[in-house]
Design a protein around this ligand. Structure first.
Ligand SMILES: [Zn+2]
Length: 280
Protein backbone atom coordinates (compact mmCIF):
# COMPACT_ATOMS: atom_id res chain seq x y z
CA UNK A 1 0.00 0.00 0.00
CA UNK A 2 2.70 2.45 1.11
CA UNK A 3 4.87 1.37 -1.80
CA UNK A 4 2.21 2.05 -4.42
CA UNK A 5 1.47 5.46 -2.84
CA UNK A 6 5.18 6.33 -3.01
CA UNK A 7 5.27 5.19 -6.61
CA UNK A 8 2.27 7.29 -7.59
CA UNK A 9 3.77 10.38 -5.87
CA UNK A 10 7.04 9.74 -7.70
CA UNK A 11 5.12 9.36 -10.94
CA UNK A 12 3.29 12.63 -10.29
CA UNK A 13 6.55 14.46 -9.64
CA UNK A 14 8.14 13.01 -12.79
CA UNK A 15 5.07 13.92 -14.84
CA UNK A 16 5.08 17.41 -13.37
CA UNK A 17 8.77 17.89 -14.21
CA UNK A 18 8.22 16.66 -17.75
CA UNK A 19 5.32 19.10 -18.20
CA UNK A 20 7.43 22.02 -16.86
CA UNK A 21 10.31 21.01 -19.12
CA UNK A 22 8.06 20.83 -22.18
CA UNK A 23 6.51 24.24 -21.37
CA UNK A 24 9.98 25.74 -20.91
CA UNK A 25 11.15 24.29 -24.22
CA UNK A 26 8.06 25.56 -26.04
CA UNK A 27 8.53 29.06 -24.56
CA UNK A 28 12.22 29.11 -25.48
CA UNK A 29 11.42 28.02 -29.02
CA UNK A 30 8.63 30.57 -29.44
CA UNK A 31 10.83 33.33 -28.01
CA UNK A 32 13.67 32.34 -30.35
CA UNK A 33 11.40 32.47 -33.40
CA UNK A 34 9.88 35.78 -32.22
CA UNK A 35 13.35 37.25 -31.57
CA UNK A 36 14.73 36.25 -34.97
CA UNK A 37 11.71 37.46 -36.94
CA UNK A 38 11.11 40.55 -34.86
CA UNK A 39 14.68 41.71 -35.35
CA UNK A 40 14.49 41.11 -39.11
CA UNK A 41 11.18 42.85 -39.59
CA UNK A 42 12.00 45.60 -37.19
CA UNK A 43 15.05 46.49 -39.29
CA UNK A 44 13.04 46.58 -42.49
CA UNK A 45 10.22 48.53 -40.93
CA UNK A 46 12.64 50.94 -39.38
CA UNK A 47 14.32 51.62 -42.69
CA UNK A 48 11.06 52.28 -44.46
CA UNK A 49 9.01 53.86 -41.71
CA UNK A 50 11.56 56.09 -40.08
CA UNK A 51 13.62 57.70 -42.83
CA UNK A 52 13.33 61.00 -40.94
CA UNK A 53 15.01 59.54 -37.86
CA UNK A 54 17.75 57.94 -39.96
CA UNK A 55 18.27 61.22 -41.79
CA UNK A 56 18.61 63.11 -38.51
CA UNK A 57 21.10 60.53 -37.25
CA UNK A 58 23.14 60.78 -40.43
CA UNK A 59 23.08 64.57 -40.22
CA UNK A 60 24.64 64.39 -36.77
CA UNK A 61 27.51 62.27 -38.09
CA UNK A 62 27.77 64.14 -41.38
CA UNK A 63 31.14 65.77 -40.68
CA UNK A 64 32.69 62.73 -38.98
CA UNK A 65 35.44 61.55 -41.38
CA UNK A 66 34.89 57.88 -40.61
CA UNK A 67 31.18 58.11 -41.30
CA UNK A 68 31.75 60.13 -44.47
CA UNK A 69 34.08 57.44 -45.80
CA UNK A 70 31.53 54.63 -45.38
CA UNK A 71 29.76 53.58 -48.55
CA UNK A 72 26.00 52.92 -48.76
CA UNK A 73 26.29 49.29 -47.62
CA UNK A 74 28.55 50.31 -44.77
CA UNK A 75 25.98 52.87 -43.64
CA UNK A 76 23.24 50.26 -43.93
CA UNK A 77 25.25 47.93 -41.69
CA UNK A 78 25.67 50.75 -39.23
CA UNK A 79 21.91 51.34 -39.11
CA UNK A 80 21.29 47.60 -38.65
CA UNK A 81 23.71 47.43 -35.74
CA UNK A 82 22.19 50.57 -34.21
CA UNK A 83 18.73 49.03 -34.47
CA UNK A 84 19.87 45.91 -32.64
CA UNK A 85 21.01 48.17 -29.83
CA UNK A 86 17.64 49.94 -29.82
CA UNK A 87 15.90 46.59 -29.37
CA UNK A 88 18.20 45.19 -26.69
CA UNK A 89 18.92 48.29 -24.62
CA UNK A 90 16.54 50.68 -22.87
CA UNK A 91 17.09 54.37 -23.55
CA UNK A 92 15.69 56.58 -20.81
CA UNK A 93 15.95 60.11 -19.44
CA UNK A 94 17.35 60.76 -15.97
CA UNK A 95 13.76 60.96 -14.69
CA UNK A 96 13.01 57.48 -16.03
CA UNK A 97 10.95 58.54 -19.07
CA UNK A 98 11.43 56.82 -22.40
CA UNK A 99 13.92 58.81 -24.44
CA UNK A 100 12.79 60.34 -27.73
CA UNK A 101 13.32 57.89 -30.59
CA UNK A 102 15.45 60.31 -32.55
CA UNK A 103 17.79 60.83 -29.59
CA UNK A 104 17.99 57.08 -28.87
CA UNK A 105 18.83 56.39 -32.50
CA UNK A 106 21.59 58.99 -32.58
CA UNK A 107 23.25 57.48 -29.50
CA UNK A 108 22.84 53.93 -30.85
CA UNK A 109 24.34 55.04 -34.15
CA UNK A 110 27.45 56.40 -32.44
CA UNK A 111 27.89 53.28 -30.30
CA UNK A 112 27.48 51.13 -33.42
CA UNK A 113 30.00 53.23 -35.34
CA UNK A 114 32.69 52.85 -32.69
CA UNK A 115 32.20 49.07 -32.65
CA UNK A 116 31.76 48.59 -36.40
CA UNK A 117 35.16 46.98 -36.96
CA UNK A 118 34.72 44.35 -34.28
CA UNK A 119 33.34 40.99 -35.17
CA UNK A 120 30.71 40.61 -32.47
CA UNK A 121 27.13 40.80 -33.65
CA UNK A 122 25.75 43.37 -31.26
CA UNK A 123 28.96 44.54 -29.56
CA UNK A 124 27.36 45.77 -26.35
CA UNK A 125 25.61 42.67 -25.02
CA UNK A 126 26.18 43.68 -21.42
CA UNK A 127 24.72 47.16 -21.87
CA UNK A 128 21.26 47.25 -20.30
CA UNK A 129 20.43 50.93 -20.13
CA UNK A 130 21.44 54.31 -21.50
CA UNK A 131 20.48 57.18 -19.21
CA UNK A 132 20.43 60.63 -20.76
CA UNK A 133 20.62 63.90 -18.81
CA UNK A 134 19.89 67.26 -20.41
CA UNK A 135 23.22 68.73 -19.33
CA UNK A 136 26.19 67.85 -17.12
CA UNK A 137 25.25 65.80 -14.08
CA UNK A 138 26.71 65.02 -10.68
CA UNK A 139 28.42 61.69 -10.26
CA UNK A 140 28.85 60.41 -6.73
CA UNK A 141 31.49 58.00 -7.98
CA UNK A 142 33.60 60.76 -9.51
CA UNK A 143 32.48 63.28 -6.86
CA UNK A 144 32.14 65.87 -9.61
CA UNK A 145 29.92 67.10 -12.39
CA UNK A 146 30.56 64.99 -15.50
CA UNK A 147 29.47 64.91 -19.15
CA UNK A 148 29.46 61.15 -19.46
CA UNK A 149 30.09 58.03 -17.43
CA UNK A 150 30.10 54.36 -18.28
CA UNK A 151 29.82 51.10 -16.42
CA UNK A 152 29.60 47.78 -18.23
CA UNK A 153 25.79 47.78 -17.82
CA UNK A 154 24.77 51.42 -17.88
CA UNK A 155 25.90 54.40 -19.92
CA UNK A 156 25.18 57.92 -18.63
CA UNK A 157 25.35 60.85 -21.03
CA UNK A 158 24.74 64.58 -21.08
CA UNK A 159 22.69 65.22 -24.23
CA UNK A 160 23.99 68.75 -24.63
CA UNK A 161 27.58 67.52 -24.64
CA UNK A 162 26.78 64.51 -26.81
CA UNK A 163 25.51 66.80 -29.58
CA UNK A 164 28.23 69.37 -28.99
CA UNK A 165 30.89 66.72 -29.66
CA UNK A 166 29.71 66.24 -33.24
CA UNK A 167 29.18 69.92 -33.93
CA UNK A 168 32.75 70.75 -32.92
CA UNK A 169 34.99 68.21 -34.56
CA UNK A 170 38.34 69.80 -33.84
CA UNK A 171 38.14 70.56 -30.14
CA UNK A 172 39.54 67.08 -29.38
CA UNK A 173 36.50 66.11 -27.34
CA UNK A 174 33.53 63.93 -28.18
CA UNK A 175 31.75 62.42 -25.18
CA UNK A 176 29.71 59.93 -27.25
CA UNK A 177 32.76 58.38 -28.91
CA UNK A 178 34.76 58.66 -25.67
CA UNK A 179 32.24 56.73 -23.57
CA UNK A 180 31.68 54.17 -26.36
CA UNK A 181 35.43 53.50 -26.26
CA UNK A 182 35.22 52.91 -22.49
CA UNK A 183 32.27 50.56 -23.03
CA UNK A 184 34.29 48.44 -25.45
CA UNK A 185 36.88 47.76 -22.77
CA UNK A 186 34.34 47.48 -19.95
CA UNK A 187 32.36 44.90 -21.91
CA UNK A 188 35.59 43.03 -22.68
CA UNK A 189 35.49 43.41 -26.47
CA UNK A 190 38.77 45.28 -26.50
CA UNK A 191 41.53 44.48 -24.06
CA UNK A 192 44.18 46.99 -23.14
CA UNK A 193 46.98 46.92 -20.58
CA UNK A 194 46.87 43.17 -19.96
CA UNK A 195 49.55 42.14 -22.42
CA UNK A 196 52.50 43.90 -23.99
CA UNK A 197 50.64 44.40 -27.26
CA UNK A 198 51.69 47.19 -29.64
CA UNK A 199 48.99 49.62 -28.50
CA UNK A 200 49.67 49.12 -24.77
CA UNK A 201 53.44 49.54 -25.20
CA UNK A 202 53.02 52.74 -27.23
CA UNK A 203 50.32 54.11 -24.93
CA UNK A 204 52.55 53.64 -21.87
CA UNK A 205 55.37 55.48 -23.66
CA UNK A 206 53.04 58.42 -24.29
CA UNK A 207 51.75 58.46 -20.71
CA UNK A 208 55.24 58.25 -19.21
CA UNK A 209 56.73 60.86 -21.51
CA UNK A 210 54.36 63.62 -22.52
CA UNK A 211 56.96 64.95 -24.98
CA UNK A 212 55.51 62.42 -27.40
CA UNK A 213 52.48 64.68 -27.60
CA UNK A 214 54.46 67.84 -28.51
CA UNK A 215 53.21 69.60 -25.36
CA UNK A 216 49.94 71.50 -25.59
CA UNK A 217 50.30 71.59 -29.39
CA UNK A 218 49.79 67.83 -29.52
CA UNK A 219 46.61 66.14 -30.64
CA UNK A 220 45.84 64.70 -27.20
CA UNK A 221 44.31 66.87 -24.51
CA UNK A 222 45.86 66.74 -21.03
CA UNK A 223 43.15 64.44 -19.65
CA UNK A 224 44.31 61.67 -22.00
CA UNK A 225 47.37 61.15 -19.83
CA UNK A 226 45.41 60.43 -16.64
CA UNK A 227 45.71 56.67 -17.12
CA UNK A 228 45.67 53.93 -19.76
CA UNK A 229 41.84 53.84 -19.96
CA UNK A 230 41.54 57.57 -20.60
CA UNK A 231 44.36 57.42 -23.13
CA UNK A 232 42.49 54.65 -24.94
CA UNK A 233 39.24 56.62 -25.01
CA UNK A 234 41.07 59.69 -26.37
CA UNK A 235 42.85 57.63 -29.06
CA UNK A 236 39.45 56.33 -30.20
CA UNK A 237 38.06 59.88 -30.29
CA UNK A 238 40.94 60.99 -32.54
CA UNK A 239 40.59 57.88 -34.70
CA UNK A 240 36.98 58.68 -35.61
CA UNK A 241 37.11 62.47 -35.54
CA UNK A 242 40.53 63.49 -36.81
CA UNK A 243 42.08 60.41 -38.49
CA UNK A 244 44.22 62.47 -40.88
CA UNK A 245 45.87 64.48 -38.09
CA UNK A 246 46.21 61.38 -35.90
CA UNK A 247 47.85 59.22 -38.58
CA UNK A 248 50.19 62.04 -39.62
CA UNK A 249 51.28 62.92 -36.09
CA UNK A 250 51.58 59.40 -34.65
CA UNK A 251 51.32 56.79 -37.38
CA UNK A 252 52.35 53.82 -35.20
CA UNK A 253 49.85 54.66 -32.48
CA UNK A 254 47.20 55.30 -35.10
CA UNK A 255 47.78 51.86 -36.67
CA UNK A 256 47.76 50.19 -33.25
CA UNK A 257 44.44 51.90 -32.39
CA UNK A 258 43.04 50.90 -35.77
CA UNK A 259 44.00 47.27 -35.11
CA UNK A 260 42.41 47.31 -31.66
CA UNK A 261 39.18 48.60 -33.22
CA UNK A 262 39.15 45.64 -35.58
CA UNK A 263 40.32 47.38 -38.73
CA UNK A 264 43.53 45.46 -39.31
CA UNK A 265 44.05 44.21 -42.85
CA UNK A 266 43.86 40.57 -41.79
CA UNK A 267 40.69 40.98 -39.79
CA UNK A 268 39.02 43.10 -42.43
CA UNK A 269 39.12 40.14 -44.79
CA UNK A 270 37.31 37.96 -42.29
CA UNK A 271 34.60 40.49 -41.56
CA UNK A 272 31.25 39.90 -43.18
CA UNK A 273 31.19 43.49 -44.30
CA UNK A 274 34.95 44.08 -44.19
CA UNK A 275 35.12 45.34 -47.76
CA UNK A 276 32.61 48.04 -46.89
CA UNK A 277 34.81 49.67 -44.30
CA UNK A 278 36.40 52.97 -45.18
CA UNK A 279 40.06 52.97 -46.12
CA UNK A 280 41.48 55.02 -43.29
ZN1 LIG B 1 36.96 58.75 -19.84
Amino acid sequence: MLLSQDLSIELLIVNGLVVILVIALVFTFVYFIYYVFFQKFFHKQFFHKDPKIIKEGFELLYYTPFFKALDVKGKEQLVNNANKLLINTSFVTDTGQKLEKSQSFKIALVLAMVALGLEKGTHYDALIRVVVYKDVFFSKRADAYVRGLSTSNVLFLSWKDFEYGFLHMHDRYNVGIHEAAHLLTLCGYVRIGVTRDAWTVLANQFINDKNHNNGSQGIFRAYAFANLNEFWACCVEQFYETPAEFSTAHSQLYDATKNKLGFSQKKEATLRYGSLLPKL
